[in-house]
Design a protein around this ligand. Structure first.
Ligand SMILES: [Cu+2]
Length: 165
């Protein structure tokens, strides 16, 4: 994920709606999908490893079934404090090794449905609609989380604001 993303730090976060196409230079064309932050009501605190889960939804609001690896990963996240003093580029926690995810995404290895959401759609990529990133905020403050996934050849970027106590 290019660092130029942080250029948008000074504008309001879109909270899951893909950023506008004006910045296509780093983002590429986007779809009309949506990325949702799946979280509980616990306040965010520092110095504790937290799992951040995001779900890509398709244009109809259903969990997306067309996620692909992007730069070798199911997703990319940047955690940046609004004053830019904290910056972290995070990849999903792998319960499944990246190598097997790559195999799962290769059409020749898809075979029959491997997950319920993929049933009957063997010709699509088999990545799950959710990506989970482990991160621990080092300091309190106001952060922005950028999430990028790739769906059907298109990169989607969403931004979320997070207050850390
Ligand atoms: Cu990355």
């Amino acid at each position: 994920m290019p660092e130029t993303l942080t250029a948008s730090l000074d504008v309001p976060a879109t909270n899951g709606t893909p950023l506008s196409g004006d910045d296509g230079e780093w983002m590429g064309p986007t779809s009309n999908g949506h990325i949702a932050w799946v979280r509980d009501s616990q306040p965010l605190t520092t110095k504790r490893l937290t799992m951040f889960t995001f779900r890509a939804d398709d244009e109809s609001g259903a969990p997306a079934t067309d996620l692909e690896l992007y730069m070798g990963m199911p997703g990319h996240a940047i955690f940046v404090r609004r004053d830019r003093r904290v910056f972290a580029h995070v990849h999903p926690a792998g319960s499944a090794p990246m190598a097997s995810l790559a195999l799962a995404a290769a059409p020749t290895h898809i075979g029959h449905a491997t997950t319920p959401v993929q049933a009957g759609h063997e010709t699509h990529a088999t990545l799950p609609p959710t990506v989970t990133f482990p991160y621990g905020f080092p300091e309190p403050g106001d952060y922005r989380i950028f999430v990028q996934v790739k769906r059907a050849g298109r990169v989607e970027t969403a931004a979320f604001d997070a207050h850390v106590e």
